[in-house]
Design a protein around this ligand. Structure first.
Ligand code: GLN
Length: 191
């Protein structure tokens, strides 16, 4: 069966695990989900999710545990990674913040907590390339993608990219793991 890893040091870990199980059930795929807090597990994973949460904390802990370099190797091997919100920040090339050492597996730069100045959090129906109907996108103190390199923009909100694909990496400013809609997980892992 498919082995799916969720970077589990901090953030929306169980929500991603549940979303992956739903997505695999829908695809008729058996899956074993592993929550990753130590080195040595990422190399056994076919697909990975890096959750939302607090990017400074996630970055510090995956560096300390030796998980960061394994995630980079996973992407370099062409295996899927879904990075959401704080996960997107950690995956990026730069977050304009010394406390986040980014993995440089996603050719964008981001500004933390810069989305939606009036409202910290909001939900919006989002047109996403590859999905037939709008996706219910939940934004929570979301990062703004302020520069894009060689990536495919899958969705924009308010003129800003909020979902991008860079080879095996799909990253979203919003939180597909917090809704019961598993289409982004299926897009990331099966298409
Ligand atoms: N504000 C968080 C950060 O900068 C990201 C928000 C989230 O993942 N919900 O790390």
């Amino acid at each position: 069966s498919l082995v799916a890893g969720v970077i589990g040091v901090q953030g929306n870990v169980s929500e991603h695990a549940a979303a992956i199980e739903r997505a695999c059930e829908r695809e008729g795929r058996a899956v074993e989900v592993r929550e990753i807090r130590t080195a040595g597990i990422v190399p056994e994973c076919d697909v990975l999710a890096m959750p939302g949460g607090e990017s400074t904390t996630i970055s510090r802990l995956i560096e300390r545990e030796g998980i960061a370099e394994e995630v980079v190797a996973h992407v370099e091997a062409g295996k899927p990674l879904l990075a959401t919100c704080a996960g997107l920040i950690v995956a990026a090339n730069d977050a304009h913040d010394d406390r986040v050492s980014t993995l440089n597996v996603l050719d964008v730069t981001v500004e933390r907590n810069a989305f939606g100045r009036q409202k910290d959090s909001f939900e919006a129906p989002l047109e996403v390339a590859g999905l037939e109907k709008p996706f219910p996108a939940v934004f929570i103190r979301a990062p703004v993608i302020d520069q894009v390199g060689d990536v495919e923009v899958l969705a924009t909100w308010d003129g800003r990219p909020v979902a991008v694909r860079d080879g095996p990496v799909i990253a979203t400013s919003f939180h597909p793991e917090l809704t019961h809609d598993d289409r982004i997980h299926r897009l990331a892992f099966f298409e």
